[in-house]
Design a protein around this ligand. Structure first.
Ligand SMILES: C[S@@+](CC[C@H](N)C(=O)[O-])C[C@H]1O[C@@H](n2cnc3c(N)ncnc32)[C@H](O)[C@@H]1O
Length: 387
């Protein structure tokens, strides 16, 4: 039996079928995207329509459309998907138009909406309980990881313990009539998960679990081709190094999968595994795109983030030859100049920062901090050689 980290490291071979470019191995940055032929300036080389997982950050949930991500200077969108609870009508998702609300509902389906409401309900109840507390302390955790910097063997041990607990929660969810002890276990597991949870992690994970459920089961033995969504996810480079940093999110991630297991509708539970959570979180870590307000320049707001698998093979360059645009839910990649055959197509990972206004040390420091790699782009290598 492979360990969870070994199973997570499984990467399927990428399949590309774009007209202008293809994925190739590079000696400098894993795989990258290369031009198959001369590409004129201002040509769209790739459109990536759909995130496999995404989240609108909690403070922006009323202000960024949950379908097209439109944002209007902090104005609360008037259209919401509402539910009735004991305290009256409550919005759970917000939209810039009725069409967006309809498309969201269609994509989510009845099961997805039920799951979304369950998570929103759990988080709302938790926030109300927190606001009544006298202090701002989180609920007292019975266990804590004392040091914040786990090593890889500890990461393995924590995820393996997470999977064991997940199985216990699952068993309690699956019985027709849970015993008193099982009901108590579910209450305690939910309370404990909530005391460590980060709401944004939980919604990101939920959107990923829903994508996997829509794709159907994945045969782990690979005796059959993987369904396209699984294929797209498992082609991506995973990185467990996010758990080896000072502010390791490992406990939050474990809490997110345990919470979802406690509250989601039963048909989603087969997709709600520790391994799938590890797959989604470790791929998000080095492949996610920021969802930003459309005001370009330093004014733009970071509204959320997500993973668009087909867009994840462009490496970074401090002198990029592509511009990335997000007219709504999709990402569009356009050449900023003529590209020659076999040239690597690269974007900037520096978000709002303009690479040409930064010196080489500044750029490399920023990339190391946010992405964890030492930039090997041609501009950095050339400038480092001169120094
Ligand atoms: C979105 S992925 C790009 C595709 C990736 N190279 C692959 O094989 O799947 C981002 C990762 O690519 C690598 N990378 C991208 N740009 C790089 C650069 N300029 N220098 C070094 N590594 C880079 C880093 O490992 C980074 O975490």
């Amino acid at each position: 039996m492979p360990s969870l980290l070994e199973a997570n490291a499984l990467m399927l071979d990428p399949i590309t079928s774009a007209e202008f470019c293809e994925i190739r191995q590079t000696p400098w940055a894993g795989r990258g995207m290369f031009a198959k032929k001369t590409i004129p300036a201002s040509t769209v080389v790739l459109q990536s329509p759909e995130p496999i997982a995404y989240v609108i950050l909690q403070p922006y949930r009323h202000e960024a459309c949950d379908w097209c991500f439109a944002y209007d200077n902090g104005t609360r969108w008037p259209i919401s998907y509402d539910v009735e609870d004991k305290k009256g009508k409550r919005g759970v998702a917000w939209f810039s138009s009725d069409e967006c609300c309809d498309m969201w509902q269609e994509r989510m389906g009845a099961l997805g909406i039920e799951a979304w409401i369950a998570l929103d309900q759990a988080m709302t109840t938790y926030r109300r309980a927190r606001s009544k507390e006298k202090t701002t302390q989180p609920f007292l955790p019975p266990t804590t990881i004392n040091k914040s910097l786990p090593i890889e063997s500890e990461v393995e041990a924590i995820w393996s313990a997470c999977a064991d607990t997940a199985n216990v929660i699952l068993a309690a969810r699956l019985v027709d009539e849970p015993s008193k002890a099982q009901r108590r276990l579910l209450r305690e597991a939910q309370k404990l998960a909530l005391s460590f949870i980060d709401e944004d992690d939980a919604f990101l994970l939920l959107s990923g679990v829903l994508s996997l459920e829509r794709a159907g089961p994945f045969d782990q033995t690979l005796s059959e081709p993987a369904p396209p969504t699984w294929q797209a996810l498992l082609e991506l480079q995973p990185s467990v190094s996010l758990y080896l940093k000072n502010d390791s999110p490992i406990v939050r991630h474990v809490a997110a999968i345990h919470l979802l297991l406690c509250i989601l509708p039963l048909p989603l539970l087969p997709y709600c595994t520790a391994l799938n959570a590890l797959r989604l979180f470790t791929r998000d870590a080095c492949n996610s795109f920021g969802i930003r307000s459309q005001t370009h320049g330093s004014e733009s707001e970071f509204l959320g983030y997500g993973v668009w698998p087909s867009a994840s093979y462009f490496n970074h360059s401090c002198a990029p030859n592509l511009v990335k645009l997000s007219p709504g839910r999709e990402w569009v990649f356009e050449t900023s100049r003529e590209i020659l055959p076999d040239e690597e197509l690269r974007i900037s990972y520096l978000g709002d920062l303009a690479p040409h206004e930064m010196d080489v040390e500044e750029r490399r420091k920023q990339l190391k901090l946010t992405w964890g790699f030492d930039c090997d782009c041609p501009l950095c290598l050339a400038q480092l050689q001169i120094k």
